[in-house]
Design a protein around this ligand. Sequence first.
Ligand code: GCV
Length: 650
Amino acid sequence: MQGVDLPVDPAWLPDEAFRPIGTRRTLIRGSGPLVDTVHGEVAQACVRFGGSVSRDESPEPCDLVLELTGTDGGEAFTFQRGGGVTTVTASGGSGLLYGLFHVVRLGNAAFQGSSAPEEHRPASALRMLDHWDNVAVHPVMGQVERGYAGGSLFWADGRARGELLGRVRAYGRLLAACGINALAVNNVNVHEAEARLLTDRIGWVAEIADALRPYGIRTHLSVTFAAPMVLGGLPSADPLDAAVREWWAGASARVYEAIPDFGGFVVKADSEGQPGPFAYGRSHADGANMLAAALEPYGGTVHWRAFVYDHRQDWRDRTTDRARAAYDHFVPLDGQFAANAVLQVKHGPMDFQVREPVSPLIGAMPRTRLAVEVQATQEYTGQQRHVCWLGPMWSEVLRFRPDGVPVADLADAMVAVSNVGDDPFWTGHPLAQANLYTFGRLAWQPDADPGPILDEWIRLTFGSGPAAGLRAVLAGSWRTYEKYTAPLGVGWMVQPGHHYGPSVDGYEYSPWGTYHFADRDGIGVDRSVATGTGYAGQYAKAWAEVYESPDTCPDELLLFFHHVSYEHVLRSGKTVIQHIYDTHFEGMEEVEAAQRVWASLVDVVDAESHARVAERYEEQLRSAREWRDQVNSYFFRKSGVADAHGRRIH
Ligand code: GCV
């Protein structure tokens, strides 16, 4: 099918969402490429629904005025309604585009009543998606690392997918409609085929940038720290070596020749086998600042990932704690990073488990710019075969106050690992679109309640018919997933490598630093200062004290912070072992109930989406049963404690 694209799901921008605009008269004032995009959107809606659109002057009174009032490129807009006219003003083209999508979201309500001017502006200037897409198919990870939505939108078998550029543009449109403004086009694990995107294959990246630009999205690239050696033939990649710095300066200049509004580099260094500054006895600030210097003349940014830990640990050694690693490596470097370097920190200290505390690194580096990284692609949360809406988890992270100030206010940027591929539904599981949408909306307004965001997504995507049912299957799905998989903050009980399905001891004797330490008496990792790894002490005093004792530690994180006996009584009043049994039975029952709700929506959801989700529910149910029975059986066999309710445990 090379050269031909296939129809894709309209997601949260179905034609119908534009009816309220398309049936009215709109005036657009201002000029520039993004104003042209706004005009194009309105004009298409008018063709469909019979309204009209004028540029700059209108012969007749208008219902909607979209006006660019400046040239500062800003993203804020003002919405107002009075005298029968709805007005959006913005001093930048992106702001006008976001204002248009705001009107789309409001629907008819945007044209009713009157409202005083409301200013809308994003909490952070950078709201980014990182694609872990490989250019060449990786022998283990495939085309998209941790991708559950088909192939890559950008790459196939070592080449750029020019035939999908129309779809890339449509993707940019969807992203703009939920507030995302940056995208990294390749995996942070950079192999040779990806490395060359920086040099002789930059033209491929430029084509993607051209497709995304009309929707205000800047393109970024993941680069290998070893590029001067791998691509430039230099003997070293030492960040303090003049020749190396010169190489990066030249490479950056050529990137900006091809893509003048290029966003910058994303770097995974000294992490899981990727090269980095440690090889030269240099710090991560040295490494990041070298790239920052190369990008600085052009206004680019380096996103330097803090996911640095020892992945060749000895499981016998209980003193080394992977959870500590990012804080231990980076806190001493606070204040040393360049102004255009952003430290990109995963939201938890481990790796996107279904439940983790907020990373203690967040808030611990007040003189360093921070990006908080979440994972929309559902690596450990059901791989887009299970329904798992992550809005509540991300919102909990953003509302957490490490030391008085919420994470939302500490973050300079929000980043999500994308869950999108070339699947016609974009995300494999149609309901996983809700995660992408919610990420964008939370990145724009991190203190927003995720519930109304979910409602908004449902209404835009499916209309009001199935709204109650969709809410029922999605709203609690993260907690349901947590119940039948990972109790009380214990993680990693997944099948090694691909990370799908249960394997309680799958990572227990591995070098990855990912243990639960279950024995016949108890389970959990002692991360207290008094008797454990000391990790709890990485938090500011108030949280350090809460996490230090099993008596004050929140139940949902108990096993993350403490090793306790199976008979330990939780704050909920249940024992740990009974909690494990109960949640696993409940979780499975909740999936069965959700499946029934989904079945009842057959006449109010489009047939393709309904069938795809119904098929995935079969798999979710099978997998949840497996999780329930393996986890319960394992802990019954270890502990010898019977279920208080006499249910069957194998
Ligand atoms: C891109 C985890 C994932 C890896 C991923 C890594 C990272 O370890 O399993 O696939 O690599 O996180 O975030 O760099």
